[in-house]
Every structure is written in structure tokens, then in C-alpha cells.
Design a protein around this ligand. Structure first.
Ligand code: GAP
Length: 447
């Protein structure tokens, strides 16, 4: 069995994430907080790179997409209009014996509170009748905690886009079709969070809402499906690990006319990474109704107003990052004579790798640290680099392999040259020191 399909792959990834500073359990010194995680130095760099890559791919590749950063707390009527107050619910059952709580529609994949290797009710308990549980987090605005002060932590960033649709269109002088892209936190009081950062209660979404003329919606829906799967492939994800899943009538969210998920094959099965939805004119019409404000645009051709349809692409940043970590994780048996043993390597795409370059002096003498430091100082503002002189050169390569750094530069006694070592092939080549910046620019592109 290859290491990539072994059942403990997730635990190896979780352990590497902790060891190398990608992801830590939140509030760890207090025993942790269920399903909350903190991104360490490498994880923060990686996630920021993913976000930058997404926003650039939206707003620089497409002239008709504008960025937005709307607030998390919004008028509570927005969530009535959107249907989240009434419909954003999961059916929930409780076990009367072990007190564990399950989603009634996911009992087959759940485990008993008393016998965690077995299905619910293995403790002999009876389940309560399903009750609907709203997933929105509620809080109060201002000093008085009564029903008039209730606000919600947004469960999706999309609504902030819809209520700003006319603001953005007017101020940026866009015309239909055009899109608005936003990255931001979302919160859901999930009944069954789990699988590391896959399903958490606080997460970040990268959502783009594309406003189109009714009738053009299914064309745009197909167009965005293709653009979005290409985006994941562009990050180096393996083609055979990605697929589309079409939502059946039963699976469709309350706002969706049609929906496809982009799924990835995780060690725990095929799961959604991104959703592409045709939301029709549902959201804008609801906001017209609840706010009393017109959200229509004027069609010059027919000389009549219409409410645009919306095609949405929505990907979780944390989930996309987890997908990249899972896809990148690799183990290689030790090469003959390699004292470091088997190699763990994160084959992250060079455009999102959190550290691009490791810089090492071969030894801590003969002026090598000084020369290596000078090289590090020359490149560090252009490419995220790490200087390391601790331990054997083999150990330093291994640390950089686990961090996913595509290149390592080693300075030895041969003055005027540097050895460049490629993470994936482990091939080394000697280049002239004066050609280094050109070499790196060619390899990484201009930062
Ligand atoms: N605006 C549409 C929307 O929110 P969704 O399918 O509920 O649609 C979109 O969520 C994406 O957000 C998912 O594909 C997933 O990547 C991410 N996501 C949703 N719930 C999540 C959770 N509890 N933890 C982490 N990511 C989540």
C-alpha cells in the first residue's frame, strides 16, 4: 500500500502541520477548542498565498470582476431575506444513552459517543426525533441583550456582495455581466465539525458572484465551472483526484436553481472543496422585497428593467489549503546510504509554497555563513527565504522538504558559485553567484 492511501495519512499530515508550524489546535494550552485551529508561520504564508492567488485570478485575469470587503456583522433582516433564518438548518438527533448529537441525515458516517469505532446506537441508546437546528451564530449588538439587538455572524460572505451590488456597479462603472469577488470569515455552528480543518465552525470563504442577464445564466454557469476546475488544476492538484458532483433536487440549497461541487478525494473520501451555484434572481429579489429598494438594472435593448441572475463560485480558503496539503504530502523511501532515512516532502506548487528558498552555508566556518547570509539578504525581499545553519546539511534539506520549499541554495568553499537543489528531483546544479537573481526570477517568475 502506498503511503498516500494509507488510512493514517490524515494523522501524518496533522502531525506534520503541528511539527512544522502550518496549523496548531486553537487554545492548545487550555486543552484546545473543538474544531478551531490556528495557522502558524508556514500555514499563514500558505493561506495568504492561496488567497492572493485566488483574488489575482479573479480581479487581474478578468477586467469585469471587482473586489469587495464587506463587514461580518450585517443588518439582521438580511438573513431573513436570504432565507438563512428559516432554512439554514440541519436535522439533529440526540442519543438518550451516550448523549452524543448527530446529523439525522448523516448517521451512516457518524460514530457512537460510547463506542467511537462503531455506528450511533451501538451503546444501545434510543435516538430522539429529529429537531431542526439553525447553524447561524447569534450575538447581541450594544449593551442590551434582547431580541431587538440580535445580530448574526455571517454564515456566508455572499450576502455582503448582494447588498452592495448596486454600489459596486455604479462606482466601478461596470455593466452586466460583471462579478464581485470577496474573501472573508464565515461562521457556522456545525453539528458535526471534523476531519481537521475540513469542517470547522469558523472558516474563510473566497466567493465570487457573477451578475448576468436572465437567459445567459446557464451559459455562464458552465463557463465558471470550467474556469474554476482549471484554477484548482493550476495549483498543481492531481487531475484524477478532482471531479464534479451535480446536486440532485434533494441536495440543492434553498437558493439554488442548479449546483455542482468540485470534489477532491481526501483520505476520508470524496468531499466538496468548492460549490458553483446558479442562484437565479432569488437573492436580489428577496433583498428588494425585504429592503423595499430596487435592485434592478435597465436593459437598453428592451428598454425595460430586470433583476440580474447570479452565478456563484464559492470555495473555502481553509478547505482549499487542506486540499493542497493533502495533495502535496509525499513520502519516499531512503536512498541507499542516506543517513536521514525516509524523506517526507510537501510537493507544494511553487506559486503558493510558504517558503520559496532555503539558504545554507555547507559548514559553520571558512566564511561560509557570512557568504550565505549575504545571499539571503540579497534575495529575501523578493522571495520568502529561510536561512538555516543548524545541524547537518541533510537535516536542513529535510526541514525545507517538509516546509515545501522548492529550492535550496548551499554555499560551499567554491567562491563565486552556489549549489541549487531542487526539492522534487533532489538534483543539484552549480550556478554562478552573479546569475542567481536571474535564475530565481526565471524559476519563480517576477514576484
Ligand atoms: N455562498 C454559498 C455557500 O456558502 P456552501 O457550499 O455552503 O455555499 C461554500 O459553502 C464553500 O465553503 C464549501 O465548498 C467549502 O469549501 C466552504 N465551507 C463551507 N462550510 C465549511 C465549514 N464548516 N468549514 C470549512 N469550510 C466550509
Amino acid at each position: 500500500m502506498s503511503s498516500k492511501s494509507s488510512p493514517d495519512l490524515m494523522s501524518k499530515i496533522v502531525s506534520l502541520c503541528k511539527r512544522r508550524g502550518f496549523v496548531y489546535p486553537s487554545s492548545e494550552i487550555y486543552g484546545g477548542l473543538n474544531s478551531c485551529y490556528d495557522y502558524g508561520p508556514l500555514g499563514t504564508e500558505l493561506k495568504n498565498n492561496v488567497k492572493r492567488y485566488w483574488m489575482d485570478s479573479m480581479t487581474r485575469e478578468f477586467d469585469d470582476i471587482e473586489p469587495l470587503d464587506s463587514s461580518i456583522l450585517m443588518h439582521p433582516r438580511i438573513w431573513e431575506a436570504s432565507g438563512h433564518v428559516a432554512n439554514f438548518t440541519d436535522p439533529m438527533v440526540d442519543c438518550k444513552t451516550c448523549k452524543a448529537r448527530f446529523r439525522a441525515d448523516q448517521l451512516e458516517s457518524a460514530t457512537c459517543g460510547q463506542k467511537p469505532s462503531k455506528n450511533p446506537q451501538s451503546c444501545g441508546g434510543e435516538l430522539t426525533a429529529p429537531r431542526l437546528f439553525n447553524l447561524m451564530f447569534k450575538t447581541f449588538m450594544g449593551p442590551v441583550e434582547d431580541s431587538s439587538a440580535v445580530v448574526f455572524l455571517r454564515p456566508e460572505t455572499a450576502q455582503g456582495i448582494y447588498v452592495n451590488f448596486l454600489n459596486v456597479m455604479t462606482t466601478s462603472r461596470q455593466k452586466i455581466p460583471f462579478g464581485i469577488a470577496q474573501i472573508g470569515k464565515a461562521f457556522r455552528n456545525e453539528i458535526t465539525p471534523g476531519n481537521f480543518t475540513f469542517r470547522t465552525r469558523e472558516f474563510e470563504q473566497m466567493e465570487m458572484q457573477y451578475f448576468v442577464k436572465p437567459g445567459d445564466d446557464m451559459n455562464q454557469f458552465e463557463r465558471w465551472k470550467e474556469i474554476r476546475i482549471q484554477w484548482h488544476l493550476g495549483l498543481g492538484l492531481k487531475r484524477e483526484k478532482l471531479r464534479f458532483h451535480q446536486h440532485s433536487e434533494k441536495e440543492l440549497a434553498h437558493y439554488a436553481k442548479a449546483a455542482f461541487d468540485i470534489q477532491y478525494e481526501f483520505p476520508f473520501g470524496w468531499q466538496e472543496v468548492e460549490g458553483i451555484h446558479n442562484r437565479s434572481d432569488f437573492d436580489l429579489k428577496q433583498h428588494e422585497k425585504f429592503s423595499g429598494k430596487k435592485l434592478s438594472v435597465f436593459d437598453e435593448a428592451t428598454k425595460s428593467p430586470y433583476v440580474p441572475f447570479i452565478v456563484e463560485t464559492s470555495v473555502g480558503c481553509d478547505r482549499a489549503t487542506l486540499t493542497l496539503l493533502v495533495d502535496a504530502y509525499d513520502e519516499e523511501p531512503a536512498a541507499e546510504g542516506d543517513e536521514e532515512g525516509p524523506r517526507v516532502v510537501m510537493r507544494l506548487h511553487k506559486s503558493i509554497a510558504p517558503v520559496k528558498i532555503g539558504v545554507f552555508p555547507l559548514m559553520k566556518k571558512d566564511g561560509l555563513p557570512e557568504r550565505a547570509t549575504k545571499i539571503f539578504e540579497t534575495i529575501k525581499r523578493k522571495w520568502r527565504a529561510q536561512y538555516d545553519e543548524a545541524g547537518s546539511i541533510g537535516k536542513r534539506y529535510r526541514r525545507m522538504d517538509e516546509a515545501g520549499a522548492p529550492l535550496c541554495l548551499t554555499v560551499d568553499q567554491e567562491v563565486g558559485t552556489i549549489t541549487v537543489r531542487d526539492r522534487d528531483s533532489m538534483k543539484q546544479e552549480r550556478i554562478s553567484e552573479s546569475a542567481l537573481v536571474d535564475y530565481l526570477t526565471k524559476y519563480f517568475g517576477n514576484p
